[in-house]
Each structure stands twice: as structure tokens, then as C-alpha cells.
Design a protein around this ligand. Structure first.
Ligand code: NFS
Length: 671
């Protein structure tokens, strides 16, 4: 039975997306928004109650006390399904990190075309964290050693993944005590698969403990490797002006949309698109030039480094094709819908796959190879230019918004203190005084089962009013960008008075775009630096901070959520819970659900919860922040205490006569 169709406004909060969904209906074409309405989700599998790990099943456990053919209980099955998702998510992030490490190795040995080491300072800082000698050595020598060390972390069999040493000391000790320090990145993913094969690990809590270890191999392993090397090779992000939404596509230019995750190819396409030879080639084909834009995390990678516009987040991939103005959508890995090829067949758009790992039937495959990166990038662009003449009618929604992304933890450190005294002190002080009530990280995907961007932006705006500083990554960051929330100081009138003062003083927007999803590691680093700065406890679980993934859908999101919990954070997921179990099951008996919340909180100080309602998410976020403030002995948050200093005070003063102005500024003794 098909569900009742939702209106355009119920499907998405984004006016550009609404316009394109109307266009899809006019053309009789389907998108994920349509298919989500037509495909009723399986309530047994969706709740984690289906086991299909062997040929005796699939076993669907719908009644209390029921077991699978092998005797597996609902709790074991839920824990197994959950860890498998975490293993897949960790594998995806970490394999991305591996490719980056191989690229760094190749660059260090002069085996690539077009790449250079852009951030030598970061290379030296990162290398010295592991005792790699840096004095009197060339960047390539250091890079070679760092690449070797990072490559070895994937296949390491014993010991500890070296990147975990970058967590707060107390946290490392806790992980050791609980036996969850990852030994090697690949080893933990393989073991997660082994443990969940028929007839292996059957204790839900024991399985979940390895889920933690697997996720830590991602957050303090593969993902951190990806972020480090991307910065070293392509530059550590700093604020830059960009734009977001489908209105960045241009009618008179060859539009190439890069979509996926790894920056290696997209960065090279950025370089190639500016090559005079390519621009001439485009002009010879009747276009004004080549217009590059991004979707998903590839968009974030080139947006925060080069200011290349983002055409949108996850649910915009099909909408971009529906404009009829895209000559080529170039994809690599992750979050790429198979539906793209079929949809593109209604237009002239070419879907070009580039990764040896990802082929899509019907797509054009031009394989990327870092050793010939620039040549491959130019070839891809030429295929797009050749396709320009085939363009038919176009429909580009004139909706776009400016934004300022690029807040790496290095930049935040710098902007808080300045060149010579880079420090997190002002942020810690602002939290301690109550000017900033706490910090929320709002991250993760779009999901067509919820109204696109709505929960992201609603929660963001409501928390800003409550003086909560927001950091964002991934598709959540693009959602905020499309709504104009990443506009420097422009949105400050909607922000709480204390937070507003801090933003004005430091000169930051109240929502900081910190990058792609692998860059959630930047948030871990920020939290670690807050702890190391002092005054807010000696471990991450004491910091008044919460992580939210309001519209999650990918397995990577579950991996991120788990490593954040294991690092000490309270993590709230929106949408549906993959382990919700039977609807009428007494919550007390739901081992897995309770364990990832209460159980993990006892062990790690962080917990994971699935909450559908946006207002409830906000309530629990604030409750948690206030609980952590109280535990630290900080003053109770008081919204009326601040707001009289900073720009607002100066503006008020502007209206006073000179004498009174002097008095107010210099005190009562001056007249
Ligand atoms: Ni993250 Fe980035 Fe977006 Fe979700 Fe997909 S692009 S890695 S998984 S959909 S936020």
C-alpha cells in the first residue's frame, strides 16, 4: 500500500529543491523524494529485528522471546546489525584515508602529476607528534616517513593505532582500561565481520564493545589520516567566501558537478578547469568557460579550500541533473545514488565514474590515477565540454546563498588568539563565564524520509538563540549554508546575547563550517584542545558539548556517532533508530537500546540516543549542556546577564551626547 504523497513543502525546506521537484513532476521523472514516498520501509529490518547472516534465515523476530533458527536472540541480532553498519562506515572513511596516504607517499617520491605539499607547517606539526624527525629535512623526506607510518596503521596487527595518542591523556587511559584501543584499522573492521558471522560472538554487550573499538579506528584512525593528509596536500582551510545551492549552475558555461568524497580528483579538476588550454577549448565549443561546483562532501572539500561553490547536499544530486544544465557529473566514492544514470538518460548529462572501486552500470568510466592526475582531470573536463553542444532546455533555479566556510581547528585556534598567542583560552573563558552556554556539533546527511534541511536548520537556529555555539560538517553544513546561516556576522541578530558578544569580539560567525564528514575529526581535535586549555575539566566528557545528526541515513554516520560517544560526547540522532526493536517491547528489556545510552554513559561519559522530535532534541541538548556546566561548578546559564558589551554597547553609545558617551566609556571620574 503506497503512502500518501507529501507536498513539496513537506518534502524539503529548500525553495530551490521545491522548484526542482515541481519540474520533476512536470517531466514525469522520479527522484529519491518520490521513491521514499512509494517505498514503505520494512519495519522489521528497520528496527534491527531481521537477521540475514546465514542461509537458515532470514529470521524475523517479531514476538517477545522468539529466536532465530540458530537460537540468536533479538538483542544479539540487533547488536550484530549495529556493529556491521559501524564496520561498513568505518571502512568507508578509513579506505578514503588509505587512498590519501598512498597519494602522500607518491607525492613524496615524485611519482605524481600535479600535486605539491601545500601545508609544510602542518606536515611538520603532524610528523613531530609521532617523533618523526623534522629538523634539516625536506618536506618530501618528512612526508615519506609520515606516509609510511600512516599506511602501516591499516595493516598493523598489535599495539595501538598511533593516532589515538592525540586524544586527551585521561581518555587514552580509559580506552586502555576498557580494552577498546584499536590495534590496527583494518584489523578491527575484519574482526567486526568475523565476530558477526554465524556462530561467533553472541553477547550483545561484548559485540558492542568491539563496535566501539572499530569506530575508534575510524575517528582516531582512518578519518583523522584523511583530514591530516588533505590539509597537508591541499592546504589547511581558512575562511573563504563561497556560495551554495543550485543557482550556482550557469547557463552559458560548461557545468561540471563533482560529487562524492575524496579530494584527490576534485582538487585536480579545480586546477585543470583554470588551465588556459581548457578555457580556450570551452570557448571553441561555444561556452564562456567551465563552471565547477560540488555535491556532498567533495563539495565541502573544494568549497572550504578554494571557495568552489556547492550545488547542494546529498538530496541535490538528482536535482542538479534535472536542471538540464549539467554536462558531466563526476563521481568517485560514497553517497552516489544508482538512480543518477537512469535520470541522466533523460538529459544530455554524462555520469562519469572515476574510482576503481565504484562502477555504475550505464555510466562512462574514466579511471582516476594519482600518478597521472592532471591528465585524467583534463580528459574528464574535455568530455564535459564536448557534451555542451548536446544541451537541451535548461531550468536553473535562481536560488543561491553566500557563505564563509573553512574553520579548521588550526584556524579557530589562530583567530581566538592571533598569530603569536594562538589559543583556545577566549573560547574556554566564554563558556566558563556563561557567555557561550555550550557547543553543539550539528552534522550528517539528508534523508528523504524527513523534510530536507528542516531539522538541521531548525535545531541550529533554536540553539543559537540559547547562546550555543554551533560547529557543522557534511551535508548539515551545506543545509545551513543554503539557508544563509554561515554568513559571517550577518545572522547575529538571531543569536543569543552572550554568544553574539563573543562572535562580534572575535569576528566569527555563530555557525562554523568545519568541513566534510571525515573532518568530524576536527571537532574531536577542538574538544581535545578545549580540554588541554584548562578550566573545563580534564576529559572530553566534561565539556558542555553535544553532537547531533538530525537527518542521518548512512552507515558512516553511525560510525561517527559511536566514536564521538566513545570520546565522551552525548550524540543525538534524528529520524529512525536502526535498533528500535519491537514497538511494544518494555524499554527496560531492550538491552542494546539501553546499553548504548545508559551503559555507554557509565563507561565513556557519552551516550547515543535516537530522538525523532526536533524540540525534544533541543530540550535534551540544553539539559545536557546545563548538567555538564553544573558538574564543572560553572555559573548557571543566565540569558539576561550579557549583551551589554561589544558592538551593541557601542551602537547604543553612538546615540548619546558626547559628554555622556565619555562617561560611559571612561567611567564616572572623567568628564
Ligand atoms: Ni557524510 Fe559526506 Fe552527506 Fe551523509 Fe553522505 S555526503 S560523508 S554520509 S549524505 S553527510
Amino acid at each position: 500500500m503506497a503512502k500518501e504523497k507529501r507536498s513539496y513543502e513537506e518534502k524539503t525546506a529548500d525553495p530551490a529543491a521545491q522548484e526542482m521537484l515541481i519540474r520533476a513532476d512536470e517531466l514525469g521523472l522520479s527522484t529519491a523524494f518520490h521513491r521514499a514516498d512509494e517505498m514503505v520501509p520494512c519495519n522489521i529490518g528497520g528496527a534491527g529485528m531481521c537477521c540475514k547472516l546465514c542461509g537458515m534465515g532470514p529470521c524475523r523476530l517479531t514476538k517477545d522471546g522468539q529466536t532465530g533458527v540458530c537460537g540468536a536472540t533479538i538483542d544479539t541480532i540487533q547488536a550484530r546489525n549495529f556493529i556491521r553498519a559501524i564496520a561498513a562506515g568505518s571502512a568507508a572513511h578509513s579506505d578514503h584515508g588509505r587512498d590519501m596516504a598512498f597519494t602522500l607517499k607518491a607525492v613524496a617520491n615524485d611519482e605524481t602529476e600535479g600535486y605539491v605539499i601545500r601545508d609544510v607547517a602542518k606536515l611538520r606539526i603532524v610528523a613531530s607528534k609521532y617523533g618523526i624527525p623534522i629538523e634539516k629535512r625536506s618536506p618530501k623526506e618528512i612526508a615519506n616517513d609520515l606516509a609510511d607510518l600512516y599506511i602501516s596503521q591499516f595493516g598493523q596487527q598489535r599495539g595501538e593505532v598511533v593516532l589515538t595518542k592525540r586524544a586527551p591523556k585521561k581518555r587514552q587511559e580509559l580506552w586502555r582500561e576498557l580494552g577498546v584501543v584499536p590495534r590496527g584499522i583494518d584489523r578491527e573492521v575484519v574482526e567486526a565481520l568475523h565476530r558477526t558471522h554465524i556462530g561467533d560472538d553472541q553477547e550483545p554487550v561484548h559485540i558492542l564493545s568491539h563496535a566501539v573499538r572499530t569506530s575508534l579506528a575510524d575517528g582516531w584512525g582512518g578519518s583523522l589520516i584523511a583530514t591530516d593528509i588533505s590539509d597537508i596536500l591541499f592546504g589547511t582551510p581558512a575562511p573563504i567566501l563561497g556560495q551554495a545551492n543550485l543557482g550556482v549552475l550557469k547557463d552559458n558555461m560548461v557545468n561540471i558537478v563533482v560529487h562524492g568524497h575524496e579530494p584527490t580528483l576534485s582538487q585536480m579538476i579545480v586546477a585543470a578547469s583554470q588551465d588556459p588550454e581548457i578555457i580556450e577549448y570551452a570557448k571553441a565549443h561555444g561556452a564562456k568557460g567551465v563552471n565547477l561546483s560540488g555535491i556532498c562532501c567533495t563539495a565541502n572539500e573544494i568549497l572550504m579550500r578554494q571557495g568552489i561553490p556547492a550545488a547542494g547536499n546529498f538530496l541535490h544530486q538528482e536535482l542538479a541533473i534535472l536542471t538540464g544544465a549539467v554536462e558531466a557529473m563526476v563521481v568517485d566514492v560514497q553517497c552516489i545514488m544508482q538512480a543518477l544514470v537512469d535520470l541522466a538518460s533523460n538529459f544530455h548529462t554524462k555520469i562519469i565514474t572515476t574510482s576503481p572501486k565504484v562502477h555504475i552500470t550505464g555510466a562512462t568510466h574514466i579511471e582516476f590515477d594519482e600518478h597521472h592526475a592532471l591528465t585524467v582531470a583534463k580528459n574528464i573536463i574535455k568530455v564535459a565540454i564536448d557534451n555542451y553542444a548536446n544541451r537541451g532546455n535548461t531550468h536553473i533555479p535562481q536560488v543561491r546563498e553566500d557563505l564563509v566556510p573553512g574553520f579548521s581547528h588550526e584556524y579557530i585556534n589562530y583567530m581566538l588568539g592571533g598569530t603569536y598567542r594562538a589559543s583556545f583560552r577566549p573560547l574556554n573563558d566564554a563558556i566558563m563565564s556563561g557567555r557561550v552556554r555550550g557547543v553543539a556539533a550539528i552534522v550528517g546527511c539528508n534523508n528523504p524520509r524527513s523534510k530536507q534541511d528542516w531539522i538541521h536548520t531548525y535545531v541550529t537556529q533554536e540553539l543559537l538563540k540559547q547562546d550555543v555555539l554551533i560547529v557543522e560538517t557534511g551535508c548539515g553544513a551545506i543545509a545551513a549554508a543554503k539557508l544563509g546561516l554561515l554568513l559571517g556576522e550577518a545572522g547575529l541578530e538571531k543569536v543569543g546575547p552572550g554568544l553574539k558578544e563573543v562572535c562580534e569580539t572575535v569576528g566569527i560567525p555563530p555557525v562554523l563550517h568545519m568541513g566534510s564528514c571525515v573532518d568530524n575529526t576536527r571537532i574531536l581535535t577542538v574538544l581535545t584542545q578545549i580540554v588541554e586549555e584548562g578550566g573545563l575539566g580534564d576529559d572530553i566528557d566534561q565539556v558542555p558539548a553535544v553532537g547531533l545528526a538530525p537527518e542521518w541515513m548512512s552507515e558512516k554516520a553511525l560510525a561517527i556517532g559511536t566514536y564521538c560517544v566513545a570520546s565522551g560526547a552525548y550524540v543525538i540522532f534524528g529520524g529512525s533508530s536502526p535498533i528500535s526493536g519491537m514497538p511494544d517491547r518494555v524499554e527496560d528489556s531492550d538491552i542494546v537500546l539501553r546499553y548504548i545510552s545508559e551503559g555507554w554513559e557509565k563507561l565513556y561519559g557519552g551516550k547515543m540516543e535516537f530522538i525523532k522530535d526536533a524540540d525534544e532534541m533541543i530540550r535534551r541538548t540544553l539539559e545536557h549542556i546545563d548538567k555538564k556546566r553544573a558538574a564543572l561548578g560553572l555559573p548557571v546559564y543566565d540569558p539576561d546577564k550579557f549583551g551589554e558589551s561589544g558592538d551593541s554597547r557601542m551602537l547604543l553609545l553612538e546615540e548619546l551626547p558626547l559628554e555622556q558617551k565619555r562617561k560611559a566609556v571612561y567611567g564616572v571620574f572623567v568628564n
